[in-house]
Design a binder for this molecule. Structure first.
Ligand SMILES: [Zn+2]
Length: 291
């Protein structure tokens, strides 16, 4: 039934919550043209429960829908977001016993226009670091440390990734590299949960070319570094990683090269910021194969 989830319920922890079948919210990420990762937050109307606070578009789940459908429907009602423009990635369930809240991670390459309904004072694409400084809805504030995705830069060892897929790349290295570079544009704003790591949002991609592949043209969004002629590609990758880590960026480095991985692991950033996390080509290729 339409809106049959509306109503109050008491959870096993003794709280009073909205949504007799639980509730869901959409944590939607995008990257603006300056490379800033933003999330869409709703400034809740003053009359609403915990009014005048900031939270996610979302609400009660109806009995006939799953949590993703509920989050997308509510985002459509509250922000006029078209679910076809969104890519749904992950879900995080905060189960209180008798009531659960599901945060649905989704992304869209660039911030979308929104139209609020009466439940919102405003809908704002907020830069990630600014979120904790807002007056947050208490439920959202409690789950934020867990569901929060940090901006990450994906650093791609193009030669190594190409070499992992026997698709004839050796016949035309520059052409194969150009195809890979163009496919990397699809990583803009993608939310990822790397194995053993925290959730991240791809705020930038840096792809390093070496040898004959340096002739490949730049794609629209991913950035390209070219190893100097006669130089070693690994040195260019380590230099790019050192620069990124030094500037405080979280880095996911895609390479299966063990020697290179060891050099990357030795890098640390300011105030002990962690070294790049090394991931294999399969992780990247699986990500690129997602719809
Ligand atoms: Zn509760």
């Amino acid at each position: 039934m339409e809106h049959d989830g509306n109503g109050w319920v008491q959870c096993a922890r003794g709280h009073r919550h909205w949504g007799v079948h639980g509730a869901a919210g959409l944590l939607l990420h995008a990257v603006d043209d300056d490379g800033v990762v933003r999330v869409l937050l709703q400034h809740r109307a003053a009359w609403s429960h915990h009014g005048d606070t900031w939270g996610l578009p979302g609400g009660a789940r109806d009995s006939h829908e799953d949590v993703v459908a509920a989050a997308l429907r509510e985002a459509g009602e509250e922000a006029a977001l078209d679910s076809r423009a969104l890519r749904v990635r992950h879900r995080f369930v905060d189960d209180h016993g008798g009531w659960a809240y599901t945060t649905v991670h989704a992304d869209t390459p660039a911030p979308l226009a929104t139209v609020g309904n009466g439940e919102s004072e405003a809908l704002v694409w907020v830069a990630l670091p600014a979120v904790p400084g807002l007056a947050l809805h208490p439920g959202f504030a409690a789950t934020w440390p867990e569901v929060r995705a940090d901006p990450v830069v994906v650093l791609v060892d193009v030669a190594n990734v190409m070499g992992s897929r026997p698709d004839g790349w050796w016949r035309d290295r520059a052409g194969a590299a150009a195809r890979l570079l163009r496919s990397l544009d699809a990583l803009r704003a993608v939310t990822v949960v790397p194995p053993g790591g925290r959730p991240g949002v791809v705020g930038a991609v840096v792809a390093v070319l070496e040898g004959a592949s340096v002739a490949a043209a730049d794609p629209d969004w991913a950035q390209v570094r070219r190893a100097p002629r006669g130089g070693h590609g690994d040195d260019a990758i380590v230099a790019a990683a050192a620069e990124l880590v030094g500037a405080g960026h979280g880095v996911l480095a895609v390479t299966a090269d063990r020697g290179l991985r060891a050099r990357l692991q030795a890098l640390t950033g300011p105030r002990g910021a962690p070294p790049p996390q090394a991931l294999g080509p399969r992780w990247l290729l699986d990500l690129l194969d997602q719809p």
